[in-house]
Design a protein. Structure first.
Ligand code: GDP
Ligand code: MG
Length: 626
């Protein structure tokens, strides 16, 4: 794997970026999508598994004569930060393989599990992940070998089946993912394996590669088994591109023979042997530096690097787009709050002011609700005044009763002064009801506007504690205003009783009328003194006076209510609260700015992601210009 070192730095940086992107599901993308995979294609026993192992630098694949690879093996190499290598299969999650011989056995067993011990093939892939500090993140795919004829125990369709399966892995794929529209879907790199001891013209690998990649830009021609060529023949025509031209140079390979495998010759020894083979070869000596598994790995990693670099601008574009989105979301849910108490106090006051602005808009217009106060004055109060029971109170009978009682033993001579006063006082006291009802009605409108304003203050949304603090403070203030307003309207009513408008009575005819009632069937206690008309007139005089008072109060009660409640609410709704907040110590201030825990969590998550995305961008920026 040493040859892939140069790729490691680059891919790791991009990996870090992509993990961030991919970790967050849905909108993200994973490095596996950003990086091309590498698949080996070739005839049966051409050495595909052997080449793949060489590229990875590990022995873990079943190899041998006959059809050994009977299911696709999707091998994901994962770079880890430290520790020793281990492998995991998708079909045995949580089971860690640290012994690679048992990995090979598990591949063979798992193949048999689906296909039986027969020579059947299956297109259900085996997923194997290898975790190692010494690999780059890369997907490699080992495929069953292409064949020409079905052997004993295989269905006739096997030739075609294998070809279709292989094709499905290496065909050019169009991108469907919306995220990846930014990124051109990376297409599989083809390692087209042909054995040197067969005529290249008969190579299944080349045939298929040419079909799916006519320009040859993603095909690497690999010639195996150079050591098995007939004495006196060589592969120079192929290796030097004369037999069949590919865009990338051909690479000759000498893998371990079956005898080597049987003797457990390890990877290092095999590589040394391969190097010796080329160095001492009379035919290939001049090509030594461009032959062998290590060189192939280097070539492949350089190619991967080019492909990845081409992808960098679109990865950066994707990251930038996400950064913009995250910033927008942070703006929407609100930035984090400052921790020092000065800034917190400032924030609280700003939020209160924002609430106050909304509240005033409700009152003054621009937002609905303030008009309901006018509704109270224009509709509710006059209706309540109209309903007062003056008819009953000033009925002839009651007038007679009140006047007579007020006169005592001496009936009045000219005008019943005391009777008038009692009747007027009694009537005026009825105004207290509608006056207080008006105060209460406006109080409830104001309370409702406070509630509405809190809900409508965008800036407050994230602070439930402060919301309820403001609500409490505002409602307390409204209560105080209501008390004051109540006292004031009561006074207005009391004032009407305390001094009567004298002019009103001067204009009236107040003298008692002679009793003309001679009906003996209607004797009353005063029947002998005053007739009914006299009391009727008193009643109507008082009623006229009360009508005048009513007009006055209909106008003055709204003035008092606005003065005491509405105007104060606009002027000083939160004044007490400001004073309290100013005296509060640091901890309490922080507590007032408590937010919905879910929201705080969301913000932290976004902030963290933003941080990671930015570092991912820096990471990628730093490799983009090398
Ligand atoms: P696959 O079927 O294409 O995966 O091929 P394998 O990698 O399983 O190899 C098939 C057989 O060919 C094994 O016995 C290997 O040891 C042998 N083999 C592969 N490459 C070479 C090579 O370059 N030289 C020699 N001598 N044997 C090889
Ligand atoms: Mg194989």
């Amino acid at each position: 794997m040493a040859t892939m070192e140069s790729l490691i730095g680059l891919v790791n940086r991009i990996q870090r970026a992509c993990t961030v992107l991919g970790d967050h599901g849905g909108e993200g993308m994973s490095l596996w999508e950003a990086l091309p995979s590498v698949a080996v294609v070739g005839g049966q026993s051409s050495g595909k598994s052997s080449v793949l192992e060489s590229v990875v630098g590990r022995d873990f694949l079943p190899r041998g004569s006959g059809i050994v690879t009977r299911r696709p093996l999707v091998l994901q190499l994962h770079k880890i930060d430290g520790g020793s290598d281990y492998a995991e299969f998708l079909h045995t999650p949580k089971k860690k393989f640290t012994d690679f011989a048992s990995v090979r056995k598990e591949i063979a067993d798992e193949t048999d599990r689906i296909t039986g011990k027969s020579k059947q093939i299956s297109n259900i892939p085996i997923h194997l992940s290898i975790y190692s500090p010494n690999v780059v993140n890369l997907t490699l795919i080992d495929l069953p070998g292409l064949t020409k004829v079905a052997v004993e125990g295989q269905p006739e369709s096997i030739v075609e089946d294998i070809e279709n399966m292989v094709r499905s892995y290496v065909e050019k794929k169009e991108t469907t993912s919306s995220t990846l529209k930014l990124l051109v879907a990376p297409n599989c790199i083809i390692l087209a394996i042909s054995p040197a001891n067969q005529d290249i013209a008969t190579s299944d690998a080349i045939k298929l590669a040419r079909e799916v990649d006519p320009s040859g830009e993603r095909t690497f021609g690999v010639l195996t088994k150079l050591d098995l060529m007939d004495k006196g023949t060589n592969a120079l025509d192929v290796l030097e591109g004369r037999s069949y031209r590919l865009q990338h140079p051909w690479v000759g390979i000498v893998n371990r023979s079956q005898a080597d495998i049987n003797k457990n010759v390890d990877m290092i020894a095999a590589r040394r042997k391969e190097r010796e083979y080329f160095e001492t070869s009379p035919e290939y000596g001049h090509l030594t530096s461009k032959m062998g598994a290590e060189y192939l790995a280097k070539l492949l990693s350089k190619h991967l690097e080019t492909v990845i670099r081409q992808r960098i601008p679109s990865i950066i574009a994707l990251i930038n787009k996400t950064i913009d989105e995250l910033n927008a979301e942070l703006d929407r849910i609100g930035r984090p709050i400052a921790v020092d108490s000065g800034a917190q106090l400032y924030t609280i006051l700003e939020l209160c002011r924002a609430f106050d602005r909304v509240f005033k808009e409700h009152l003054d217009g621009g937002r609905p609700g303030g008009d309901r106060i006018y509704g109270v004055f224009d509709h509710q109060l006059p209706a309540a005044l109209k309903k007062l029971p003056f008819d009953r109170h000033l009925s002839m009978k009651n007038v007679q009763k009140v006047v007579s009682e007020a006169d005592g033993y001496q009936p009045h001579l000219i005008a019943p002064e005391q009777g008038y006063r009692r009747l007027i006082d009694g009537s005026i006291s009825y105004f207290k009801g509608p006056a207080e009802a008006t105060v209460d009605a406006v109080h409830f409108v104001l309370k409702e506007l406070v509630r509405k304003s809190i809900a409508a203050t965008e800036e407050l949304k994230r602070f439930p504690t402060l919301q309820s603090d403001i609500a409490t403070a505002a409602n307390e203030a409204l209560e105080r205003f209501r008390d004051e307003s109540r006292r004031t309207v009561q006074r207005l009513v009391d004032m009407e009783s305390s001094y009567l408008t004298v002019e009103f009575f001067r204009k009236l005819h107040l003298e008692p009328e002679k009793n003309t009632n001679t009906n003996p069937n209607q004797p009353g206690p005063n029947a002998d003194r005053f007739n009914d008309n006299h009391f009727r007139r008193i009643g109507s005089n008082v009623s006229a006076y009360i009508g005048m008072v009513c007009d006055t109060l209909r106008n003055s009660i709204p003035k008092a209510v606005v003065y005491c409640q509405v105007r104060e609410a606009k002027r000083s709704l939160l004044n007490n609260f400001y004073a309290q907040v100013g005296r509060r110590e640091k901890e309490r201030l922080g507590a007032m700015l408590d937010e919905d825990p879910q929201l705080m969590e969301r913000r932290t998550t976004i902030a963290k992601r933003l941080e990671l995305y930015k570092s991912a961008r820096d990471e990628i920026d730093s490799v983009a210009w090398k």
